[in-house]
Design a protein around this ligand. Structure first.
Ligand SMILES: C[S@@+](CC[C@H](N)C(=O)[O-])C[C@H]1O[C@@H](n2cnc3c(N)ncnc32)[C@H](O)[C@@H]1O
Length: 263
């Protein structure tokens, strides 16, 4: 399923990239490890790499230099985090861009219900067309910023993000989209532990539990994908301190309404 338009327009100027004809056509044949990640969905994943390497590059959503390394750096890198997601989960991917990691997860795991949240029209157009091209029926494309769609979406089991913002800002955008007991899975680089140390207090104030680092895909990709997991322990009304959390007591009527919606 693809939908909707919400919130701000495509605010930035087009990304300046050399034309695709400046680069040789990349070899998009899947490596052996791709079979382990995508299984019988490999043909769909391969088609997605083709769309990224053509339309994705032409529209400036993927740098042309990324095209030869789409499998390792993008599809497999994102796909291995599926091991952290329970069957049938409702997943919201914040700042999907060209579909990473949300669309990859939807391809690898047809049991998931995935909502791609992305503010830029150019990107949601590509996402919508790609979802249609691939014939995916477990994906919704929602145009808007994470902060704008909190009241539109039911609380998710899992909120994912890659390369969107620092952990404190990311938690502020993503934890409100999760149900209490749901989780933020943030793909991070080698500085994940430093980011956690820097932002632990801010995350706790947002209702997040102690962050845990997972290394996914060891033996499949080198280095493995680093994922920071933060459980949403309490619903905190955005902009309020944790003391206003609905975790203790019934709170105000508006807080109760919010809590009920977020689960
Ligand atoms: C660097 S790109 C990363 C895209 C993709 N996740 C990836 O890994 O290739 C960051 C994306 O986050 C989106 N973004 C920025 N702020 C956002 C917000 N507040 N809510 C949702 N998306 C946001 C941008 O429009 C952009 O597509």
């Amino acid at each position: 399923m693809t939908t909707s338009r919400h919130g701000a327009g495509d605010s930035g100027p087009g990304v300046e990239t050399p034309g695709p004809s400046s680069f040789p056509a990349p070899d998009l044949r899947p490596p052996a490890t791709a079979v382990e990640v995508f299984g019988e969905r490999l043909a769909l994943a391969t088609r997605y790499t083709e769309l990224l390497a053509t339309e994705g590059v032409i529209r400036g959503l993927i740098g042309p230099r990324e095209a030869p390394r789409l499998w390792e750096r993008h599809l497999i890198n994102c796909g291995v985090m599926a091991q952290l997601i329970a069957p049938g989960a409702a997943v919201v991917d914040v700042g999907s861009g060209a579909g990473l990691p949300g669309l990859v997860l939807a391809i690898a795991r047809p049991d998931l219900r995935v909502t791609l949240v992305e503010p830029l029209a150019r990107r949601t157009a590509f996402l919508t067309e790609t979802v249609e091209d691939l014939g995916l029926d477990n994906v919704t494309v929602l145009r808007g910023r994470a902060e704008e769609v909190v009241d539109v979406l039911p609380g998710a089991d899992v909120v994912t993000a890659r390369a969107v913002a620092a952990l404190d800002k990311l938690a502020g955008w993503c934890l409100p989209l999760a149900a209490v007991g749901g989780r933020l899975l943030a793909m991070k680089g080698s500085s994940a532990a430093e980011e956690i140390a820097e932002h632990t207090a801010a995350i706790a104030a947002l209702g997040g539990g102690e962050p845990v680092i997972h290394l996914c895909g060891a033996g499949l990709i080198e280095p493995p994908t680093t994922v920071v997991e933060i459980v949403k322990e309490a619903h905190v009304v955005p902009g309020r301190k944790k003391a206003a959390s609905v975790r203790s007591g019934r709170g105000s009527a508006s807080q109760r309404g919010r809590r009920d919606r977020r689960g």
